[in-house]
Write a protein that binds this ligand. Structure first.
Ligand code: A2P
Length: 317
């Protein structure tokens, strides 16, 4: 029997379910049904969305469809959205637009999507570029000023918690060293056994910040499922490979956000198993054998200060 999905307590006192449904790259025409399936046919009660995914409208329809069945209520569901890089001076506006897209009157968590600012008046509303095709970086981007706007959004009640995403240890330390009144509740980062991020994970733990793992299967095509050690563990525990990668996070106290638009996989990804201490250690050390692999590398033209960050390869946003 699969274990129930545990909840983790945030620094706000609210709880967050440890397994959520990712919606990055979930196509329109499919994501509404995916969200509905997760909320009505599986124990998943956590949906991770973002303004820049350009599918919040359908994500919201899926949530509202699920509520209309009477199987779940709004307060049973944890909904996250994010403020994108051209909106850092317009946090309230971005949140309001996301709420409108989602058809909700509050979200449970609002994240700074990336610690990068792009020109809000550039040649594209989300990903402006200069004539040389490089991103049109906003040199006036001020992380503290943005965070102050997040604190105001939190006080407004339209989001029940605020946090960050794609923050490396040096960037998060910089924010934490400022005179902020709300400590981020979470840091959502790419995380899997090939990118365990011990430095950022330890910093988050020391400050009571919950780590949320995106791309836990390696993103498009789930390339990490073919690793021989992951396969060996899947055979040992008699579960799908995805369950091993998801369980690693759940066992170690992180939130994990597998993305799928396939109903059977969404159901599979709601399951986790207790892994032995030895097997967790094996997964912790996998990158020592196979090397570090970062899948999502945006060429922002800004140093994000991740220890393993380099210019290649680059994932499509
Ligand atoms: P799809 O959405 O077509 O079902 P990640 O969570 O690391 O971002 O990985 C997402 C990718 O993994 C998508 O291509 C998704 O495909 C695929 N995927 C999600 N869950 C599973 C699973 N349980 N088994 C195999 N592939 C999966």
């Amino acid at each position: 029997m699969p274990s129930a999905i545990p909840s983790i307590t945030l620094n706000t006192g609210a709880t967050i379910p440890a397994i959520g449904l990712g919606t990055w790259q979930s196509p329109k025409g499919q994501v509404r049904a995916a969200v509905f399936h997760a909320l009505t046919e599986t124990p998943v009660r956590h949906i991770d969305a973002a303004y820049v995914y350009l599918n919040e409208n359908e994500v919201g329809q899926g949530i509202r469809d699920a509520i209309a069945t009477g199987k779940v209520t709004r307060k049973d569901i944890f909904v996250t959205t994010k403020v994108f890089v051209t909106f850092h001076n317009r946090v309230q506006q971005s949140l309001d637009e996301s709420l409108k897209n989602l058809g909700l009157d509050y979200v449970d968590l609002l994240l700074v999507h990336w610690p990068v600012g792009l020109n809000p008046k550039g040649n594209h509303p989300l990903l402006p570029r200069n004539a040389d095709r490089k991103f049109d970086v906003d040199p006036s981007f001020d992380l503290l000023a943005t965070w102050r706007q997040f604190e105001a959004a939190y006080r407004s009640g339209k989001t029940r918690a605020i946090g960050v995403s794609n923050f490396s240890a040096p960037v998060l330390s910089e924010l934490l060293s400022q005179n902020i009144s709300v400590i981020p509740a979470v840091n959502q980062i790419e995380s899997h056994p090939f990118l365990p991020g011990p430095e950022i994970t330890a910093l988050c733990a020391s400050r009571g910040i919950v780590v949320e793992a995106y791309s836990p299967l390696g993103s498009t095509g789930a390339p990490l499922l073919t690793n021989p050690i992951v396969k060996e563990l899947a055979a040992k525990y008699k579960v799908p490979e995805a369950t091993i990668l998801i369980s690693w996070h759940v066992n170690e106290g992180r939130v994990v956000l597998p993305k799928s638009v396939t109903p059977e996989r969404i159901s599979t990804n709601a399951e986790w198993v207790q892994l032995s201490k030895e097997d967790l250690q094996t997964l912790d050390g996998l990158s020592n054998t196979y090397g570090l692999k970062r899948v999502v590398k945006m060429k922002w033209g800004v140093d994000l200060k991740f220890p393993d960050w380099s210019d290649k390869p680059v994932a499509k946003l």
